[in-house]
Structures are given as structure tokens and as C-alpha cells.
Design a protein around this ligand. Sequence first.
Ligand SMILES: [Zn+2]
Length: 315
Amino acid sequence: MTPNYRSAETDRDYVFPDLGTAEGYPPSGTLTSTSITGWMTCARCWAHDNIQHLTKPASVHFAVGTCVHHSAELVGQMILEQEDLGPLSVEIQADIIELSLAVFDREVNKESDRNGTERIPPTDAEAGAAKDVARRVAEFAIPRLYQLYRKRGLVALEYELPAHLNPFPFPMTGRCDAISGGPKKGLPLILSDIKTSAQKGRPDQNNRVQGGVYALFVRQAGEEPRVIFDQITKALSPQFNSYGLGPEGALYMTPGQLEVVRETVTDIAGLISDGYAAYLNGDWQTFRRCFPIGQGWNGKHDFDHGVPEAHLLVA
Ligand SMILES: [Zn+2]
């Protein structure tokens, strides 16, 4: 086992599994902000997926999110390519929806994940119902994102956190959906992510930590960014709510809050490294300790951990 990295700050070695895709993102041995969120959601699920590569049921919720993200990307690309845009035409909106639903189909029918993990496809009924949701949410989100991205002064999509600004004592990267504003635009610098959610509600703690990671990177360049989550609910009549990170009523996170994010992420990186090393050594006790069973996403897990389930008893 060769460690990826030695840190003088934490006085330890780090070794991370390869989380990379065909396009080489993230670079081998680099942790990502989504792996931190994944670990916090359920560390055991994360390890089953990213280290052990156990066969995983396809997530139709994930496919809905991917579809809406694709719509946002197409909307954003239009804004970036052309300064003087009028209102979004019905034809263009329809094109964006069709292209995004094609991405939904591809996601749902994928037989293996980016890391080679095999996937169990959803039933046709599940996929069909989710596709209806994806269409509805995309139709709702497109005109709103179009307005919002223009108002914020969109600068780039799929913004990759620059490696040379890494504020962490180990290799780390991440991507946020959009970066807007900044001195050149004369607007506040905003890093934003789109989140599709079952119901309206503030972003959970895991997402807020992820947002803190974005800010920590950009602050290394001497910029003070706002971090905003644009949340779209998947209800029958969807809602759009933007949430800013920071203390109640403030536009920016405080240095104290960001330090908590940095410490939390550094602790988790240590556990991921220790757990991965334990996996390579066949030390299952340490592996379980570093990858505890968490709450899961909305109380649900991608993998069955064998925890007893509860059944409603009829009196
Ligand atoms: Zn789990």
C-alpha cells in the first residue's frame, strides 16, 4: 500500500480509493466534496459503493436530479454563449426538456456506475413514474433558472474547485454547479448548487458542509463567496427556493463556521483513509469503525446493512 499523500499539518499519511471517471475526474487518490457528503449520509453505503464496489440498485431519485442538472447546464450554456437573450421560447424549452429526458433514460438504464459498480435497474413502472416527475420538475425549473442565472451574472458551469487553492491537508477537490458574479461582473460572487428534494426544507447539514468546502477553496484566492443552494421540490406543484449559507439573516459564512467545516472534513478524510487502508489489509473491525452505518438519504440506504426493519403491527 502506497500512501497518496503525507501531511505535515496533521502529521499523517493519507491513502484514498480511486474515485475517478473515464474523464479522469477526480484525479486518482483525491477526495471530493461529494465523497464527504456521501460519508456523512451513510459511511457504510459509501464504502460498499466506492471501495468494495458492491452491486447497487439504480436510484431513480438520482436520475431525476441528473435530468434537472442537465436542463440547468443547457440553460446556462445558452446564457454563456449569448449575451443578449430575450425570453426563453417555448420551442427551446421543449428541446431542453427532450435532451434532459434522454439523459434521464441513459442514467436509469446504465448497467454499471462510473467506478465500474454493477447496477440493478429499476422496474419499468418505477422508471416511468420517475420520468414523469423529471419532466415536471425540469419544465418548472428551466424558466426560473434562466432568469436566476442571468440575474446573478453566470460566469461558468460545473466549476471545478482549483487544486492549487486546496485548503485541506490532503488531496481534495469538488465541483459546484455554477459560479456567478465577481468583480468583473460587478455582482456578488456566488457559488451555487441545484438540489432536487422531496419536500421543501433547509439544506441538511451534509449539504451545508459541502457548501462550506466550496467557500473554503475560493477564499484561498482572497475572494469572499456566497454559497447558495437552489432547491426544487419534486411535489405535484413544484417549488423553487434558494437558501444561502451563513448565520441567520447573513449573506456569508463566518470564519468560525468555516473552521468547523474544515475540521469536520479533515476528520472524515482521516477516517476514509484509515478505513480504506484497513480494507486493503483485511482488518474488518477497523473498516466497520471508519465506515459506520449512518442515517441514509431521507432515512433510506442504497445497500441492505442487515439492520432489523420495523413492521406496522395490526392490533
Ligand atoms: Zn447505508
